[in-house]
Design a protein around this ligand. Structure first.
Ligand SMILES: NC(=O)C1=CN([C@@H]2O[C@H](COP(=O)(O)OP(=O)(O)OC[C@H]3O[C@@H](n4cnc5c(N)ncnc54)[C@H](O)[C@@H]3O)[C@@H](O)[C@H]2O)[C@@H](O)CC1
Ligand SMILES: Nc1ncnc2c1ncn2[C@@H]1O[C@H](COP(=O)(O)OP(=O)(O)O)[C@@H](O)[C@H]1O
Length: 496
């Protein structure tokens, strides 16, 4: 179990309906403040995410697609906040079912928007939206909420299709994309509902915590929150030294993929681990030591293929058992980054997994092979991407923590699932996974009994740092390892 607040439940539509009925009892005086909070949270999140594109344009054109109910109200309130922050921005509001169809709270939200910026808000009918060749900087989709039941009527479907075809820099859906609306981001207000996670039109799912939940989630599926990082934000105890922060051993690298293990080591060093020792092919060790002197580099005999040879197994065995700086040996292992598919290296790591079954291990990349993941009994975290997951799925041992990486990373353990609503396509470049493995390993080395915590915390931290990177420099012209420079910012809450 994670600490309270680190994960909030993901609910089915029926559960969410019951939950909201219990929370608000259909009482508009209680619903209105929640709608205000949702609208503000959407505005803040949209403007923050927009930074991945650059500055929000001074003369931004914002298209608001408002349905009849709460989602329309949330979108209208969000538009008001955006216009208040950007005094030259304009909103085109399309009441998809007509202005007269608005329910009381959505109507109130509309009135407040119109009063806040009367000369900058225009009502567009569907035809005006469809004809708008100039396009929009931002579109807020608040047509349907989770009360929506397919199917969408023909007229609305056509409007959504034409909005999909318009030039729009960022498409944001409130709570759930309406029909076929293709969102770049979906902002789940207060509750993440299961269909959002399955909808291919959701884009990136952002959870906006409106304070509905406290305590530990009692559901099988939960969404991780920034509170998962809380322990990393605390001051370290004064009477400590490096021996108190774990010793991570990383095994990997090959002549074919030298860089992957170097990236894992760099990430592990940034995760707070006291000591990091890397076991790499001997031809690589001196170069790596010159680049990253904080790690202890151990050159191992090389196989003819340029991987780690089996011959140095006794050396590794000795290093695992000996004391370093008077402290215990390795407190966690990471095996796999850049290992390559060398038979000897596979044999070596299979044996390494049998040396000490008390040391928890992260198995990544090429170490994700059925025979390897089944070797030994040490507690383990597996970090497969979709292709690797397919390769090893049938062999995953009971009790393993599995970090299923992808656009929406899912962490599975003992029948529970935790999703990470952080990170984005800026991570779609070689090395992102190597960094994640190093971070999870470094966290695990510091708390070797807490596998689930290390997996969740590492994934959240990595994803949030990726978001900061993309906001600072965009998604395109960056290098994977730049993510590491944003790890402190995530913990210290600077300009997120
Ligand atoms: N700079 C470097 O040295 C880098 C080295 N790398 C190393 O490259 C080796 C091979 O890694 P691969 O990840 O290509 O693994 P594999 O070649 O084992 O991929 C297995 C299967 O998964 C598919 N696949 C690959 N990436 C995927 C993704 N992100 N999502 C879904 N399916 C995916 C592939 O098409 C393939 O069918 C590993 O040793 C890895 O550590 C990579 O980490 C990239 C950076
Ligand atoms: N489109 C995306 N959105 C969010 N995260 C992504 C996206 N693409 C990749 N990632 C993340 O980047 C990492 C890639 O890992 P992996 O595929 O193992 O790459 P590598 O080749 O660098 O080891 C994972 O953490 C994955 O979740």
């Amino acid at each position: 179990m994670l600490e309270p607040g680190a994960a909030h439940p993901v609910l089915t539509i029926d559960e969410a309906r019951q939950f909201e009925a219990a929370l608000f009892g259909g009482d508009e005086t209680r619903e209105w403040p929640a709608m205000q909070r949702a609208g503000r949270a959407i505005a803040d999140a949209v403007l923050r995410d927009y930074r991945e594109l650059g500055a929000f344009p001074e003369n931004a054109r914002v298209l608001v697609l408002a349905g009849k109910g709460h989602n329309g109200g949330d979108a209208l309130i969000a538009a008001r906040h955006i216009l208040e922050k950007h005094p030259r921005a304009k909103a085109a509001v399309c009441f998809v079912f007509g202005e007269q169809s608005l329910r009381p709270l959505a109507w109130r939200a509309h009135r407040e928007l119109a009063q806040a910026a009367p000369e900058r808000v225009a009502v567009f009918d569907a035809a005006a939206v469809q004809k708008d060749g100039a396009g929009f900087d931002l579109c807020l989709d608040g047509i349907f909420g989770f009360q929506f039941r397919p199917s969408v009527d023909e007229r609305v479907a056509q409007l959504i299709d034409s909005v999909n075809a318009l030039p729009v820099c960022l498409r944001a859906a409130v709570d759930m994309p309406s029909g076929s609306f293709r969102a770049d981001f979906t902002y789940a207000t207060g509750i993440v509902k299961t269909p959002v996670l399955e909808n291919p039109n959701s884009g990136r799912v952002r959870y906006l915590d409106l304070g509905f939940f406290s305590g530990s989630p009692c559901r099988d599926t939960a969404t991780l929150t920034p509170a998962a990082l809380a322990p990393l934000r605390a001051l370290r105890s004064s009477h400590t030294d490096k021996r108190d922060y774990g010793h991570l051993f990383i095994v990997g690298g090959s002549r074919k993929y030298p860089g992957a293990v170097l990236m894992s080591v760099q990430a592990a060093l940034r995760s707070g681990a006291g000591l990091v020792t890397a076991f790499v092919p001997e031809s690589l060790a001196p170069v790596f030591a010159a680049q990253v002197p904080e790690a202890i580099w151990h050159g191992m005999a090389e196989s003819p293929g340029g991987g780690l040879a089996l011959e140095d197994l006794p050396v590794f065995r000795e290093r695992v058992s000996e004391k370093t700086s008077g402290t215990a040996n390795a407190t966690a292992l990471v095996i796999g980054p850049g290992l390559s598919r060398d038979r000897e290296s596979f044999a070596l790591v299979t044996e390494i997994l049998r040396i000490n079954e008390n040391i928890p291990v992260v198995l990544d990349a090429d170490a994700l092979q059925s025979d390897i993941i089944a070797s030994g009994k040490a507690p383990r975290i597996l970090t497969p991407h979709a292709g690797e997951y397919q390769r090893v799925e049938a062999a995953i041992p009971d009790g393993a923590v599995v970090v299923r990486k992808g656009p929406l990373t899912l962490i599975e353990h003992s029948g529970r699932k935790y999703i990470s609503p952080f990170g984005g396509p800026v991570l779609a470049r070689g090395g992102s996974g190597d960094l994640l493995a190093g971070m999870i390993g470094g966290l695990l080395a510091q708390a070797p009994g807490a596998l689930l915590h290390a997996a969740c915390r590492g994934t959240v931290w990595h994803g949030m740092a990726a978001d900061c990177l993309a906001r600072a420099h965009g998604q395109h012209a960056v290098r994977t390892t730049q993510l590491l420079d944003f790890l402190p910012e995530v913990l210290r809450g600077v300009s997120q």
